[in-house]
Design a protein around this ligand. Structure first.
Ligand code: DHB
Ligand code: FE
Length: 278
């Protein structure tokens, strides 16, 4: 059976792509953010995952407001990035793992999750930038399975539902007949609001409580409704449900191997965690 080796959760702010393209990683503005990643890269070089299940939210590249699935899973042989208008370079295509995709889709639908199956799927900055942060040479050493959660158009799935989805993703991966080593990624957050009267809103104490909860009390954030989470973390801060789902995939117990947190990158409180199953 396949093995889940850990979960990496990270912010996915588009400006990261610009900073990487311009080589600004050592600039004072960017250094505290990029300095979080070398320990995760060293861990990846050690554990050598074969596949990454990437839980993220599309922001209008693959799904637009006319058709917005709550949960979608990629089942394509390959995933391409395209210009979203942020002015960041496009990255090389990602090789899919269709065997895991279909196993995941069958397991999730078998557990009563209503999944949109995507045999063609473009992946946006929320997928490509975390991949480039983990593998800066952009020669992707893993096959990928995108798992997309709507955090763009209301109504959004609850934190509790996203946690349950993550648990089901974990069960599916662990029951996959393969000797693959699987990394789970969750991208988004932490607190940020890009528009409206509270644009620039950040809540450091909530973010820190949330990050601490993932090891010790992982369902802590599921006590909050989506509207609570918008109030507490900003309209885009709700992307933290991706972290919850990724954490849930590890099973009941997990420990924090590495974490970093920095304010701000663009409008976002950026966070990074590496969690390992107990
Ligand atoms: C920013 C953050 C995001 O999560 C995103 O998807 C786009 C922009 C930002 O802070 O600039
Ligand atoms: Fe985002």
């Amino acid at each position: 059976m396949a093995q889940i080796i850990g979960a990496v959760t990270t912010s996915h702010v588009p400006a990261i792509g610009g900073a990487m393209a311009k080589g600004l990683q050592a600039e004072p503005y960017w250094k505290p953010f990029f300095d979080g990643f070398p320990p995760v890269r060293r861990w990846l070089a050690e554990v050598k995952p074969d596949v990454a299940v990437v839980i993220y939210n599309d922001h209008g590249l693959n799904f637009f407001l006319d058709k917005m699935p709550t949960f979608a899973v990629g089942a394509a042989p390959e995933y391409r990035n395209a210009d979203e208008g942020w002015g960041i370079p496009q990255v090389a295509p990602f090789r899919g793992d269709q065997d895991l995709s279909w196993h995941l889709i069958e397991s999730l639908i078998g557990e009563d999750f209503d999944i949109t199956t995507c045999q063609e799927m473009m992946v946006d900055h929320a997928f490509t930038l975390p991949m480039a942060l983990l593998w800066p040479d952009q020669r992707w050493p893993v096959r990928v399975v995108p798992v997309c959660i709507n955090t763009v158009q209301f109504p959004l799935p609850s934190a509790r539902r996203c946690y349950r989805l993550g648990e089901a993703v974990g069960r599916a991966v662990r029951s996959w007949q393969s000797d693959a080593r699987v990394l789970i990624m969750g991208t988004g957050g932490l607190s940020h609001q890009l528009d409206g009267q509270r644009a620039g809103f950040i809540n450091k104490s909530f973010d820190e409580q949330f990050m601490n909860s993932l090891a010790s009390d992982p369902e802590w954030a599921t006590q909050y409704s989506i509207h609570d989470l918008v109030r507490l973390t900003g309209t885009q801060g709700v992307e933290l449900v991706m972290w919850l789902a990724a954490r849930a995939a590890l099973g009941a117990r997990a420990s924090t191997r590495h974490s970093s947190y920095h304010i701000p990158i663009s409008n976002t409180a950026s966070g990074l965690m590496l969690l390992e199953p107990a």
